[in-house]
Design a protein around this ligand. Structure first.
Ligand code: ARG
Length: 455
């Protein structure tokens, strides 16, 4: 491509470090789309003839067909996807192929291709997050009133419902999807036409190519156009946060699957056995999802360090943007699909969950609240009386609900038998009717809201 200035071939190591076709072939369809829009614009503005454009468009459609058929020859000697396409175009239509690169550089070409790829990845991730939210919402609806312990510090805290717990993740994944939509809106400006770095002397129509490629507008500074990769950093940040949420849910599935918790069952479809221990049923998919955040956050770190300190405009360092970004989105998408499958698959062991919901004096706060409401005790005093009741129940080896009334009256004479109506996990959860609380009716209201959003 630059034989005019060069007379010798590159050293083999030069080629080895420079070549990118092995990974940037993933930009093939974006590269063709960019070239189709560019050629149409060059003809419309009279920079090339319509006959030349017709030939170029024909050649590009042949190349696209070869790519779809898997017969396109990706060749190392042509370095990257842009030059592979151009070299093939020349083989197919002859010297007219050379007119396609008028008013364009690989710098704005790669900026465009990569932006298109990241934009699609954001759209896919947002859609897959919505699928996961749908699976969670469906499961939550079926188990809106199933009691389970709510934890703080992983210690029994207050009873909640399984539906409520699942809907907490629907909120998180909803914000994750919104982050991808925000990033998409910000990146949706077209860098094509910035050329190498300074713009073009040809009468190009950047509005036209921007519109053809689904962008809101062209980018407004040619130096920034070829130098910016913050759209990818932003997408990777959104991916990292989503992966963090996935890892938290994955960790809970791992915990719930243990015989010690025994809260859920996963079918054989989402578990593996052990080659030595016949009794094992391992939640490998959940463990791998828990781990993927390492790779995804690693990609964000990797690209951030690549971009840090780079002077304007394009530097070849930026070729290192692709592998981490591809890797991160591959990992995120696989995690989202596997998690969606696992959520649909898992079944709660409701009796076991309900029994655990009452363990660990989880209705102690309800006793304290009853003392405040019924006997008008200041909350701090009620907290103290309740602490003594828990201590006494512990000594007697019984739950709070099974403490004899006389024992409670020994702590405060005003206590009567009505107190037992608030000491069961079901009563505790049903009482938490504040907006967003765990009362089954509140949970169902949030499920309905999300079903409308996700429809
Ligand atoms: N393969 C290059 C990349 O991925 C394309 C841009 C090359 N531009 C250049 N001036 N060498 O960044």
């Amino acid at each position: 491509m630059w034989g005019g200035r060069f007379s010798a071939s590159p050293n083999a190591l030069m080629q080895a470090i420079n070549v990118s076709i092995s990974f940037d072939k993933r930009l093939a369809t974006q590269d063709i789309a960019g070239s189709q829009a560019h050629a149409a614009m060059l003809a419309k503005t009279g920079v090339i003839s319509s006959e030349d454009e017709a030939q170029i468009q024909h050649g590009l459609s042949l190349i696209l067909a070869e790519m779809e058929a898997g017969t396109f020859p990706f060749r190392d000697e042509f370095e990257d996807i842009h030059m592979n396409v151009e070299a093939r175009l020349r083989e197919l239509i002859g010297h007219t192929a050379g007119r396609l690169h008028t008013a364009r550089s690989r710098n704005d070409q790669v900026a465009l291709d990569f932006r298109l790829w990241v934009r699609e990845a954001c759209d896919r991730s947002a859609a897959q997050l919505a699928d996961l939210q749908r699976a969670l919402t469906a499961k939550a609806e079926r188990h809106a009133a199933v009691l389970m312990p709510g934890f703080t510090h992983l210690q029994p805290a207050q009873p909640v419902t399984f539906g409520h717990h699942l809907m907490a993740y629907v909120e998180m994944f909803g914000r994750d999807a919104a982050r991808f939509r925000d990033a998409r809106a910000r990146m949706n400006e077209c860098p094509l036409g910035a050329a190498a770095l300074a713009g073009s002397p040809f009468p190009i129509d950047r509005e036209m190519t921007a519109k053809a490629l689904g962008f809101d507008r062209p980018t407004a500074n040619s130096l920034d156009s070829v130098s910016a990769r913050d759209f990818a950093l932003e997408a990777l940040s959104a991916a990292s946060i989503a992966a963090t949420h996935l890892s938290r849910l994955a960790e809970e599935i791992v915990l719930w699957m243990t015989p010690q918790f025994g809260f859920i069952t996963l079918s054989d479809a989402f578990t593996t056995g052990s080659s030595i221990m016949p009794q094992k049923k391992n939640p490998d998919a959940a463990e791998l999802i828990r781990a993927k955040v390492g790779r995804i956050l690693g990609s964000l770190t990797s690209l951030t360090v690549v971009m840090k300190g780079l002077p304007l405009a394009y530097s070849k360092d930026m070729q290192e943007d692709k592998v981490p970004t591809f890797e991160a989105f591959d990992a995120l998408e696989l995690s989202l699909l596997a998690m969606t499958g696992m959520i649909a698959d898992l079944e709660p062991n409701t009796a076991r969950m309900a029994a655990a919901a009452g363990a660990g004096f989880s209705t102690a706060t309800d006793l304290a609240d009853w003392l405040v409401r019924t006997l008008d005790l200041p909350f701090r005093d009620a907290h103290h009386v309740t602490g003594a009741a828990v201590k006494r129940a512990e000594q007697l080896g019984v739950d709070l609900a099974d403490l004899p009334l006389a024992e409670l009256q020994a702590l405060n004479q005003g206590i009567n038998a009505d107190v037992f109506s608030v000491l069961t996990p079901a009563a505790s959860s049903a009482s938490r009717v504040s907006y967003g609380g765990t009362a089954p009716d509140q949970v169902r209201a949030q499920i309905k809201r999300w079903k409308d959003i996700l429809r």
